[in-house]
Design a protein around this ligand. Structure first.
Ligand code: FES
Ligand SMILES: [Fe+2]
Length: 455
């Protein structure tokens, strides 16, 4: 049963003149600071479009669950007894308390801690204590847990939307599926398993992180200490993101805007195309040297391919509004309030179902995990510090505008191909201007969100 929303609502379209707030070359500070805009985003963005919730490898068995968020809505993402993936609102239909307070587990039944109503993991109400105190019919579907009506996966990545009118997930992802496919297809069997995570938070608006996720302009300035650390003991000073040094716009890397708010920073053309090319630019992980020595001893020439599997792929694949693939990590942006955001970096592991890696899978994954010590630990904190300082700077009420016009108006610099994909040199802000146009389009809309209940 599809439950269309019937209560009062504030129309985001009426809040502001959105064309005034988002212009061709600049945006108004309010889009990062206004609580009313943030509230509207929880419907018009984190509700109306496909939002990343989790990965299938986090709920591998029937009845497995994890607790996540869709915007601010607490969600139990689970695989029911028939293997169907569902995103249940983590909310008791009686008085609204959360049903499940654990991060993950395996359960066929969720029992509300408040008054003991219990539900099957299909969302159906199973029993209420002392039902003879009620005159109603508990078979009425309105007592079943609300769930997100559309949940779909793309090659293991699970997305959900409350918008019955949204395009299919495949259409929504569109051209960004190509780099996602390439990211997956370099892994054995084209898949990964999601591991534990670095959990970080910053006092700033979630869009600051999404703006930055394709920003090639800041790297040598903001991440100078990381670049110096990675290269301090290297024989050749080409580790990590060294290719941003000098004049980055003359390097073969580029930014691309892929439609529907998705953007892509492709730094792979900077890397030598040879076995071991990726591993050669990986920064040092002191204490792990014996792993690579052992792999080289056991596998000879093949060790270089194996070591590449442990390396980070130099891409930023950003799926609007909350998901990035970068290095060999998954980054998830989670809005908390207008000026607070969680960013979670999940490690990913290689899976060797058919033994093609000759028993090296544990060593690969051990080395791969150590890559967390490069950008995720020592680079991301630079970015978060910037985001917090932007939010502080935006408290200057009278200085209203934020500029994103790098590359705008220079003939021939920004290119568009026959599929509408926009490319520009690595430091351009074209991706920012394009995604924020899409954001504006969505903020002007009046999506008809709905929840599903079992019948
Ligand atoms: S709020 Fe869940 S049983 Fe009362
Ligand atoms: Fe950065």
């Amino acid at each position: 049963m599809l439950d269309k929303l019937s209560g009062p609502r504030i129309e985001s379209a009426d809040l502001y003149d959105w064309d005034e707030l988002v212009q061709e070359d600049r945006v108004h500070r309010l889009i990062y600071t206004d609580p009313a805009i943030f509230q509207a985003e929880m419907t018009n963005i984190f509700g109306a479009v496909w939002v990343y919730l989790g990965h299938e490898s986090q709920i591998p068995k029937n009845d497995d669950y994890i607790t996540v968020r869709l915007g601010l809505r607490p969600i139990i993402l689970l695989r029911d007894g028939n293997g169907k993936i569902r995103a249940l609102f983590n909310r008791c239909t009686h008085r609204g308390t959360t049903l499940c307070r654990k991060e993950k587990g395996n359960a066929r039944i969720f029992t509300c801690p408040y008054h003991g109503w219990s539900y099957l993991n299909t969302g159906k109400l199973r029993a209420v204590p002392w039902p003879d105190g009620y005159a109603c019919d508990f078979k009425d579907a309105k007592f079943n847990v609300a769930q997100v009506p559309r949940v779909d996966s793309y090659r293991g990545f699970i997305f959900a939307t409350l918008n019955p009118d949204a395009p299919s997930l495949l259409d929504y992802l569109g051209a960004i599926t190509k780099p996602i496919d390439e990211w997956l297809d370099r892994q054995p069997n084209g898949k990964v398993a999601v591991c534990e995570a670095n959990r970080l938070k910053f006092k700033g608006n979630w869009k600051l992180a999404y703006d930055n996720s394709g920003d090639g302009y800041h790297v040598v300035f903001s991440h100078r200490s990381l670049l110096e650390m990675e290269n301090r003991q290297a024989d050749v000073a080409n580790k990590g993101m060294s290719y941003y040094r000098g004049s980055p716009d003359t390097k073969p890397m580029y930014m691309a805007y892929m439609g529907n708010g998705h953007h892509f920073k492709d730094k792979r053309p900077n890397i030598q195309k040879r076995a071991g090319g990726l591993w050669a630019v990986e920064g040092p992980a002191p204490g792990s040297e014996h792993y690579q020595e052992e792999l080289r001893r056991r596998f000879g020439a093949r060790a270089e391919d194996i070591l590449d599997l442990a390396s980070s792929e130099p891409v930023n694949i950003n799926v609007f509004p909350n998901f990035s693939l970068l290095g060999n990590h998954i980054q998830v942006f989670e809005p908390v309030s207008v000026d607070e955001t969680n960013v979670t970096w999940y490690g990913t592991a290689v899976v060797d179902d058919d033994g093609a890696l000759g028993g090296a899978v544990d060593e690969i994954n051990a080395l791969r995990m150590r890559t967390q010590e490069q950008f995720p630990n020592f680079g991301e904190v630079d970015d978060l510090a910037n985001f917090e300082e932007i939010q502080r700077g935006l408290a200057c009420l009278e200085d209203e505008w934020i500029y994103m016009h790098r590359g705008l108006g220079i003939p021939g610099r920004v290119k568009i191909d026959e599929h509408g994909i926009i490319t520009a040199p690595a430091t351009d802000e074209a991706f920012m201007r394009e995604y924020i146009k899409e954001w504006k389009r969505l903020m002007k809309a009046s999506p008809n969100l709905a929840v599903q209940r079992e019948v």
